[in-house]
Design a protein. Structure first.
Length: 233
């Protein structure tokens, strides 16, 4: 049996080569909270250009990206997050939706992790009542995890986005495998991201492509990122 040189079973299995360790050791650093870390600032600038977003914050993990993005839009404890019943934040990630975000979920039975605008229409367009939690956020996963790498079409993303905008519901793109979708379809990254309020970015792909340490960026507009900072701190 051939020896495994790169283990893709999990992104947490990957080792970090010496050249990457040396680059980390010699990187120019500074006060990131004050925007004075040149290495982080340069990375985030590149990520924003790739994803077509105005701003971003650097985070240790993709799980942290999701919890901050979710928490930023849950206005009251018990508000709803709509997502596929097999989505990674719901199935794993240490129960972050209930434990850290204090939100309820509406799990949708999709096809390999992908649902349609019609399936969530009644939840997104539900009337506001005093005794019923509000739907605050729809979360998509591109490409899907437990769905075996299924890729959302731009048409379905746009359809869900239009419905969300019409009902003041935010939209999140969990982009842990966003580059996989890009490579499979040749569709630019920013095309997938433009329909969503925010999306995890480049760091997640680097981590999952092998031989990089865990890290992520959470990308959004300049009006949303201060809220992300407040939640993260």
């Amino acid at each position: 049996m051939n020896k495994i040189t790169i283990d893709y079973f999990s992104d947490t299995n990957t080792g970090i080569p010496l050249d990457i360790r040396n680059a980390m050791l010699s990187a120019e650093v500074g006060n990131e909270v004050a925007g004075e870390d040149p290495t982080v600032s340069n990375l985030l600038d590149k990520v924003c250009k790739l994803l077509g977003k105005e701003a971003a914050i650097f985070l240790p993990s993709g799980t942290m990206c999701n919890v901050i993005a979710f928490k930023a839009h849950i206005e009251l404890p018990g508000d709803y997050i709509i997502l596929d019943e097999t989505s990674h934040p719901l199935m794993t990630q240490s129960g972050l939706i209930g434990g850290l975000v204090n939100a309820n979920v509406i799990p949708i039975k999709g096809n390999r992790g992908i649902f349609t605008a019609q399936q969530i229409k009644k939840y997104v367009e539900a009337p506001v009542l005093r005794n019923i939690p509000r739907s605050r956020l729809v979360s998509l996963e591109q490409s899907t995890n437990f769905g075996g790498g299924a890729v959302w079409s731009l048409e379905e993303i746009e359809s869900i986005s239009n419905m969300c905008k019409a009902n003041n519901v935010a939209m999140h793109l969990d982009g842990a495998r966003l580059f996989n979708a890009h490579i499979a379809t040749k569709i630019p990254l920013k095309e997938y991201c433009k329909y969503c309020n925010y999306s995890p970015g480049l760091g997640r792909w680097l981590q999952k492509s092998g031989k990089f340490p865990s890290n992520s960026s959470l990308n959004a507009s300049v009006t949303l990122t201060p809220c992300f900072w407040q939640v993260s701190i």
